[in-house]
Design a protein around this ligand. Structure first.
Ligand code: FMN
Length: 223
């Protein structure tokens, strides 16, 4: 599948890192955009030093895997974290957030959907108001106008009335709003299981088959 992945400056870089890892393992065609603030959050939360103005997406996937390693494997997943020494398997393209010449800035370029993960309150607001003042906002706008899948993963707590209203409006406009709120009912043994819960729900919304976490109603095989 051809998926646009936008990472913005909300907390929860690990969700984005694992999403990228899994999409790459499954050999999807990923079009990646990372905001300046997301770069700061990746540094703060995962210790990654990245320059969003000149990023090698293949190296970035490997960096993400390396950063997630200390959290260990996942107990419930059949998709283990890929070792960082293995080369990326999917097709990865990276665009700077001011690159309006990118194919994904136009509705005529076909994609199977877009995920904004994590999504800051700022980006949420910009998408809701159709600002289109960077490639992330513009690509999201394109997905809404073309009636394609747009999945937005905001992270903030508590939420102001403004943010709640923005989420309501975005859902009404056709996006799937799924706050980074992992469930705990799939046999959580560690942090990776919580990360994988969110990534699994995102993949479900993209209709990408996976066995990332145990589904409710299926056998629990943990000892
Ligand atoms: C370490 C760090 C953590 C942040 N966490 C959040 C957050 O959880 N939610 C949020 O809405 N903004 C958060 N922010 C603030 C946003 O990054 C800021 O509003 C920024 O302008 C968002 O820009 P962007 O949407 O273009 O990435 C955080 C900033 C930093 C540096």
């Amino acid at each position: 599948m051809k998926i646009v992945v936008a990472m913005t400056g909300a907390s929860g870089a690990a969700f984005a890192a694992r999403l990228l890892d899994v999409l790459d393992q499954q050999q999807h065609d990923v079009h990646l955009i990372i905001s300046e603030s997301a770069g700061l959050v990746f540094q703060e939360e995962l210790g990654l030093r990245i320059d969003v103005r000149q990023l090698d997406p293949c190296e970035f996937v490997l960096q993400c895997r390396r950063a997630l390693e200390p959290w260990g494997g996942t107990q419930t997943s059949s998709i283990q974290l890929q070792p960082p020494q293995l080369q990326p398997r999917g097709t990865l393209r990276y665009y700077q957030a001011n690159d309006f010449m990118a194919p994904i800035a136009s509705g005529s370029y076909l994609t199977d959907g877009m995920v904004v993960c994590p999504c800051s309150g700022g980006t949420l607001s910009s998408i809701v108001h159709g600002l289109g003042n960077n490639l992330i906002h513009r690509a999201a706008d394109v997905h809404l106008k073309e009636r394609r899948r747009l999945i937005v993963v905001p992270r903030e707590t508590p939420l102001s009335a403004i943010q709640l209203e923005n989420m309501r409006r975005l859902a009404e406009a056709g996006a799937v709003v799924m706050p980074a709120m992992p469930g705990w009912y799939h046999g959580v043994r560690g942090v990776m299981d919580l990360i994988d819960f969110m990534v699994a729900r995102i993949l479900d919304q993209l209709e990408i088959p996976h066995e990332l976490v145990r589904r409710w109603g299926t056998q629990m095989e943990l000892s």
